[in-house]
Every structure is written in C-alpha cells, then in structure tokens.
Design a protein around this ligand. Structure first.
Ligand SMILES: CC(C)(COP(=O)(O)OP(=O)(O)OC[C@H]1O[C@@H](n2cnc3c(N)ncnc32)[C@H](O)[C@@H]1OP(=O)(O)O)[C@@H](O)C(=O)NCCC(=O)NCCS
Length: 211
C-alpha cells in the first residue's frame, strides 16, 4: 500500500516536549497519513492489555509483553521515563480518523541483545484486525525519518525473531538491509538484525569503501 511521507508535528513541539508536565493529551510527536504517534497515557493501559492478548500478538515477543493491567501500567511508566530522558522512545500509535489506540512503534535500546550495544532499535506492534494494511510500515517510516533527521541517529537496527515473516517484510519495505544473525542469550531465540543508515552515514560508509 502506498504511504505518504510523514509530516512532522511542529518542530518546537518535538523539541520542547517534556514528559514532566504529562501533557500527553495534546502532544503529538509525529503525524502520518493515517496515524498519529504520541506519548503514552496511563489511560492507555486497558487497550494495551487488550491488544497484547489478541491471538498471535506475543508469539515472537522477546520482551514488552504487558498483557496484564499491572504489567501494562508498569510498562507505560517505563516508556514515559525513557521518552523523557532520551527525547524519543516506543510511543503510542493512534488511528488519526478515530483517535483509537491501534498499536505502538518507536525507538528503544535493545538491552536483550548486549552484543549489539550501544545501539538504537525500532519496534512495532499493530492491533490484529488491522494487520497487512501497511500501517506498521507507514508509521515506522516516519520514525526512521525522525531518527535519521531531527534526532541525528546515524544507524537504527530492527531485530526480529527469524520466523516473524510479517516483521521482516516491514523491514524490507522500509529499505532496511540484513546485517547479521544473532541469538538472544536469555532465551536462545535466533533473531535477524536489519540496519537502516541515515543518508549521510550511508555516504560515509560508501566513501570509506572506495578509498
Ligand atoms: C509485525 C506487524 C507489526 C506488522 O504490522 P502491519 O501493519 O501488518 O505491517 P504492514 O501491513 O506494513 O506490512 C506487513 C507485510 O508483511 C506481509 N506478511 C504478513 N504475514 C506474512 C507471512 N506470514 N509471510 C510473509 N509475509 C507476510 C504482508 O503481506 C505485508 O507485506 P506486503 O505489503 O508486501 O503485502 C504486525 O504483524 C504485528 O503487530 N505483529 C505482532 C507483533 C510483532 O510481531 N511485532 C514485531 C516484533 S519484532
């Protein structure tokens, strides 16, 4: 499905966002054609639990299960703290038309794979009945533009269970390149690691290869 380039929310909003004021009701971080990315609200917890309990939702989850209410509240608070300290994070994904929570997308630190650190990775989850409509790709494209543009992150990784074809297809559609295979030490799960490089970083690598 064709996707529109992300229209960034007002840059001052992105720059000045401060979770300390808990202004999550009005602050949007990014807009895309069909979605909006915004900070988490504690009120999202029931909808998050409901999504995480949908069939197959956690089949390939290495972490971020949040499938009980206390766990979801704890997880949301963790994401709020991460956003506050980093200026980016895993954020709530809304359907623009309805304002409903339809999933999440965003940037994190892949602590479950210490061999990759320091690193930033991108992750996504979409409500089951909305799969295969291009929503994850659309929202993730906006996040990668944000990461490589205003945030100045030269390299973003995407890590997927080797059997998660839908997630790997999203990585391919985003133009990410297969970097390596790895194994999650805690679980022994085989994963693949895809890479997205900012245009300037890509150029630097290509120039280096030519000399
Ligand atoms: C992964 C996930 C976020 C994708 O969301 P989505 O909005 O459906 O993604 P998109 O529609 O942008 O793209 C999905 C692509 O995967 C393809 N796909 C889906 N299931 C597939 C399968 N079993 N085998 C091969 N391709 C598959 C779709 O056809 C589509 O590709 P296309 O546009 O070329 O047809 C969603 O499946 C999800 O929430 N899964 C559970 C959580 C999860 O696994 N998250 C990732 C952890 S790494």
């Amino acid at each position: 499905m064709a996707t529109a380039a992300a229209a960034f929310a007002h840059p001052d909003l992105v720059r000045s966002f401060d979770m300390g004021d808990r202004m999550g009701d009005t602050a949007y971080l990014l807009d895309t054609e069909r979605t909006r990315l915004r900070p988490w609200r504690l009120a999202d917890a029931p909808a998050l639990v409901e999504m995480n309990r949908q069939p197959d939702m956690l089949r390939y989850a290495n972490e971020d299960r949040a499938d009980t209410l206390p766990e979801a509240v704890r997880w949301i608070e963790e994401q709020q703290r991460y956003l506050s300290s980093h200026g980016y994070g895993i954020v709530a994904l809304e359907e623009r038309a309805s304002g409903a929570l339809i999933g999440f997308v965003g940037l994190a630190t892949p602590t479950f794979l210490p061999e990759l650190l320091p690193a930033t990775d991108i992750g996504w989850r979409i409500r089951r009945e909305l799969w295969n409509r291009g929503l994850a790709t659309e929202a993730a494209r906006a996040v990668l533009d944000w990461a490589h543009g205003p945030l100045g992150i030269p390299e973003v990784l995407a890590i997927s269970n080797a059997g998660n074809r839908a997630s790997i297809r999203v990585m391919e559609k985003l133009g990410m390149v297969l970097g390596r295979a790895a194994t999650v030490p805690e679980t022994g799960t085989p994963v693949v690691v895809y890479v997205s490089k900012a245009p300037a970083e890509r150029q630097r690598v290509e120039d280096g290869a030519r000399t």
